[in-house]
Design a binder for this molecule. Sequence first.
Ligand SMILES: NC(=O)c1ccc[n+]([C@@H]2O[C@H](COP(=O)([O-])OP(=O)(O)OC[C@H]3O[C@@H](n4cnc5c(N)ncnc54)[C@H](O)[C@@H]3O)[C@@H](O)[C@H]2O)c1
Length: 440
Amino acid sequence: MSQLKQMSHNDNSAPSTPGKFKIEKSPYFNRTRWHSSLAKLTLWSFAFLAVILIFFLRSPSSSASLPTDPSRRSLRTYNWGGSAWEKRVRSSARVRSRNGMTVLVTGAAGFVGTHVASALKRRGDGVLGLDSFNDYYDPSLKRARQALLERTGVYIVEGDINDEALLRKLFEVVPFTHVMHLAAQAGVRYAMENPGSYVHSNIAGFVNLLEVCKSLNPQPAIVWASSSSVYGLNTKVPFSERDRTDQPASLYAATKKAGEEIAHTYNHIYGLSLTGLRFFTVYGPWGRPDMAYFFFTKDILKGKPIPVFEAANHGTVARDFTYIDDIVRGCLGALDTAEKSTGSGGKKKGPAQLRVFNLGNTSPVPVSELVSILERLLKVKAKRNIMRLPRNGDVQFTHANISYAQRELGYKPTTDLQTGLKKFVRWYLNYYSGGKKAVE
Ligand SMILES: NC(=O)c1ccc[n+]([C@@H]2O[C@H](COP(=O)([O-])OP(=O)(O)OC[C@H]3O[C@@H](n4cnc5c(N)ncnc54)[C@H](O)[C@@H]3O)[C@@H](O)[C@H]2O)c1
């Protein structure tokens, strides 16, 4: 009875949290309460854990979803995995020519990636694309390139090169012999706005790709895009691969230079075969809207003024504009001459190939001349806004010495700026004519 009294008393004054139980006043009652609360707590904990477990097991990329992996925190959730997906991946990567290679093309929805992927497919190689479809520029253009590639039989997996589980899965489904690595955060001026995106894609993403490749057996050979921007403030022209590249003028250039050093490390430690290609201002159909030739065309047609830069003392700003088809031939030449990696499963077995090539046109054209060509092709006079070249990444002059690529890759650019721009303008007018159909 006294116990009952005690119980009711304690019931009324029961604290709301277990930690506040006054055990010394009523040992019997408090122990019972404590046990029942503990049982409830355990039950709820199990229920909570079960819900989390079910959530991860149901996720299509469950193997990729380890919540403790910090590298995944910044990744969007992409939908990949499953037998239908694997079938699509395999079919896209199927080789259709004798001695063909199987190539994983990263950045395949990008300007250069689309052209390289379709050229490889056309000659019978097995090709699979990978792209994050980020919104650095209009993603609808990337989707249109994706549709174009789909028609040639190339599937682009939507995902980030930082996603280690996805990369491992791709190599498990298809043992790629080569990687054509073009995924990157491009653009020089955007680095002041979003520096993190350059570190994410050009450094962390590249390292992640190399980490996966080094651990494979066999390891693939890797050809990847560096940039002419690594020459930075170098004034010796034409730029040769032996010139200094330790004065980058932008964060973009610095991340590409870092990529070259990182490539050296993975070649040295793990025996990965690595070829870096320093592209010089690539232009052409399906190009990048953030590049001058592209937005000049758009703004000239709209009657908007365009900024035409000049250096100090009215110095000429010029670029070694290189037509996309020439770049594609250089990329294929690099893939064809890439030797096998020598390591396996993370262990080096012998020295491996390490190369860096300039891929340019060897004939720089002043930007003012680029504008004049566009005026003639568009039959519209441009409103030129002559401005001093800002010191935010752009350099005054680029000019490639391509003799090394000529010798080793058989690289020989054949398209001059007038001819190449004519093809670009034809594509542009067609694509943006409303029907969104391309000429090619
Ligand atoms: N176009 C040029 O003039 C030029 C010059 C020098 C170097 N490059 C280099 O050539 C390569 C291709 O350039 P582009 O002009 O085709 O650029 P692009 O921006 O059109 O293509 C790059 C593609 O990579 C994708 N991407 C970016 N980060 C990614 C990530 N983390 N994971 C997966 N995909 C990602 C983007 O969505 C994009 O579709 C880049 O490495 C670029 O730095 C280009």
